[in-house]
Design a protein around this ligand. Structure first.
Ligand SMILES: Cc1ncc(COP(=O)(O)O)c(C=O)c1O
Length: 398
């Protein structure tokens, strides 16, 4: 049996709809993208949604639309995918890392104010709703208001993640989502920027289309379609193709099925992992939060107490985690480290002169996290095979 880390849910809908743009000839951003944006904004409960080529480009657009640039700084959690920080660097602004809360893997809101007070050039916070769990956005928003900072949520993993009845990505000025195959809703590559702010929305639709004051679709619908529009800002080509829009429509039609399936598997993991709780800590879900389980990320403890951790102790447990992952791989079960501590990666480490221990919880998460396979259509046989092998592999490395 071969168990991948995740699997997309594609069926006849995707196969049929993806050839339609070939027939109509409208293959770039057009009616399918418009419909996908409409369905996405309706699901989330937000006024404006703009499809992009990826979440990374959505983040870049969002930061520019908020006026972030050279001379500014943006707070980013030190445990996230590198794209969060890269998007800040694209604008010429600098990254200020903030450590995470190990229970949620999200930015530690208690460490924010100290950073903000120290540096007047901080202009924005980029909380990341990692693995499908919202960061503590109500508190982050209070801090942002107090210091007059912009908030752009990296919600690449945050589809169908909620705090009470508010969806991830709707707390800040802007939220950005990813449709990469590791995400529950997939369009190949692809992203979406959402906002309730009309001015930001207008700016984003221009910025993603070279700065054009009118989209191709709108121009073609009008009489004077042969004349190019005015370009009032320097923009980019971050437009989603209509093939991807067509995929997005199909994915949104079955969003409930996709997410119900993922939550069902997550629930089974919680039950099954109880007997290994000394070795694997399952994802934590605070009260009033609804987890989207983009990934099911546990913390590997190997029976050790995780308080008072030193780098040496973390590195020792890390060796065991890696052996555990290798053993599962030998059984054809894919796992992954959750994501990486960006401050430990060459570019950021060198540019900002950082040490691994500077953000210790992020370092722990990098070295000890483990994502288990999770996908909507994981059947009982596959699930039982994973659990049986987790048990055997843990026993072997005890
Ligand atoms: C937290 C986070 N931010 C940003 C991204 C980038 O998304 P994309 O691949 O759509 O650019 C990812 C992708 O994995 C991510 O996990």
């Amino acid at each position: 049996m071969k168990i991948p880390i995740t699997k997309t849910v594609f069926d006849g809908c995707e196969k049929e709809s993806i050839v339609k743009p070939l027939e109509t000839g409208w293959v770039v951003q057009g009616p399918n993208v418009a419909k996908f944006q409409e369905m996405f904004s309706e699901f989330i409960g937000v006024k404006y949604a703009h499809a992009t080529t990826s979440c990374t480009t959505a983040l870049h657009l969002g930061l520019e639309a908020l006026g972030i640039g050279r001379g500014d700084k943006v707070i980013v959690p030190s445990f996230t995918y590198i794209a969060s920080a890269n998007a800040v660097e694209y604008t010429g602004a600098e990254v200020v890392f903030c450590d995470i809360d190990l229970r949620t893997f999200n930015i530690d809101e208690n460490k924010l104010e100290e950073l903000i007070r120290k540096d007047k050039t901080i202009k924005a916070i980029m909380p990341v709703n990692l693995f499908g769990l919202c960061a503590n956005l109500p508190t982050i928003m209070k801090i942002a208001k107090k210091y007059n900072l912009k908030v752009i949520e990296d919600s690449a993993c945050g589809f169908d993640a909620w705090i009470k009845d508010k969806h991830s990505g709707t707390f800040g000025d802007i939220g950005c989502f990813s449709f990469h195959p590791r995400k529950p809703i997939c369009t190949g590559e692809g992203g979406m920027l959402i906002t309730d702010n009309e001015e930001i929305s207008k700016k984003v639709s221009q910025l993603k289309d070279h700065g054009a004051s009118k989209s191709d679709l709108d121009r073609h619908k009008e009489k004077s379609g042969s004349l190019l529009p005015n370009f009032t800002m320097r923009g980019y080509n971050y437009r989603m193709t209509d093939f991807q829009g067509a995929l997005g429509i199909c994915q949104m039609k079955k969003a409930k099925y996709i997410m119900d399936g993922r939550r069902k598997i997550a629930k089974k993991y919680y039950e099954a992992l109880k007997r290994f709780s000394n070795f694997l800590i399952p994802p934590y879900v605070p009260e009033d939060y609804k987890h989207g389980y983009q990934s099911y990320v546990c913390l590997f403890t190997s029976g050790e107490n995780l308080s008072n951790l030193t780098k040496e102790k973390i590195d020792k447990i890390n060796i065991k985690r890696n052996i555990f992952m290798e053993k599962l791989e030998e059984k054809s079960i894919a796992t992954r480290q959750g994501t990486h501590a960006v401050h430990t990666l060459g570019y950021y480490k060198n540019k900002y002169n950082l040490k691994d221990e500077d953000f210790l919880m992020s370092y722990v998460a990098d070295r000890l996290s483990i994502a288990l396979p999770l996908y909507t259509e994981m059947n009982d046989e596959e699930f039982d095979y994973v659990i049986k092998n987790i048990k055997e592999c843990l026993e072997e490395i005890k």
